[in-house]
Design a protein around this ligand. Structure first.
Ligand code: CA
Length: 233
């Protein structure tokens, strides 16, 4: 029998957990549903899910608190599911070790894409395989070792900082990186968390990479949260 990937859905709204469970089953995943935080925390150690979908608004505990508890002992990928307008919660969850987030209402293709990305990154991390030296997506090629970037075969000249930003996003392609995370990676933990510097750099990067910087194909803005590099062949 096929060993199915187990995905735990922590969600108090039946309509949503039923929809997600049905979608997962149809795509050969094995869903497990927990309606409360306490149920989830007792189920996780015995079922060892491969991935957790975590609703932030639960009746008995803040979803953020569950995330903290999970992260005390497990690196299982966690995708936070949040209602619209909870940007600060999303950012907090990502900075506390959530792998990604998805905003309600979401469609099946978006949900499945997020799950595939999170599972792929977690497998890469556990198997010890280093990331490839070249990143390719939709005509964009980044050679990390040679520090070369090209779009549709044409070389693109990025400054050192711009290259670092693009590389960081490419190495986590498909996942959102928060503004604070990017600033810390680039300028260190004591850097002033000033998103403006990042926005200026991103505007320059887009001008160099994108055909239409106002409607980017490669790097998307997640409003109030951060940036995400496209993850397509
Ligand atoms: Ca809820």
């Amino acid at each position: 029998m096929l060993n199915k990937i187990k995905i735990m859905i922590i969600e108090d709204e039946d309509a949503i957990s039923n929809f997600v469970a049905t979608t997962l089953k149809a795509n050969t995943y094995a869903p497990l549903v927990a309606k409360t935080a306490s149920e989830a925390l007792s189920m996780i150690p015995s079922h060892c899910p491969d991935l957790v979908l975590l609703d932030l608004g639960l009746p008995d505990m803040d979803g953020i608190e569950i995330l903290k508890k999970i992260r005390e002992w497990s690196s299982t990928p966690v995708i936070v599911v949040s209602a619209r307008g909870e940007e600060s919660d999303k950012v907090e969850a990502l900075d506390l070790g959530a792998d990604d987030y998805i905003a309600k209402p979401f469609g099946t293709s978006e949900l499945l894409a997020r799950i595939r990305t999170a599972l792929r990154h977690s497998m890469k991390n556990t198997s010890g395989v280093t990331t490839t030296d070249v990143f390719r997506t939709k005509g964009l090629v980044i050679d990390f070792d040679k520090r070369l970037v090209s779009v549709e075969g044409k070389d693109v000249h990025l400054t050192q900082i711009e290259f670092k930003i693009v590389s960081l996003l490419a190495k986590s392609a498909g996942r959102v990186l928060t503004y604070d995370f990017i600033i810390t990676e680039l300028w260190g933990p004591y850097a002033v968390k000033d998103n403006q510097i990042l926005r200026v750099n991103m505007a320059n990067i887009r001008r160099k990479l994108e055909k239409n910087p106002a409607s980017p194909e490669y790097i998307f803005t997640e409003v109030g949260v951060g940036y995400r590099m496209v993850d397509e062949p």
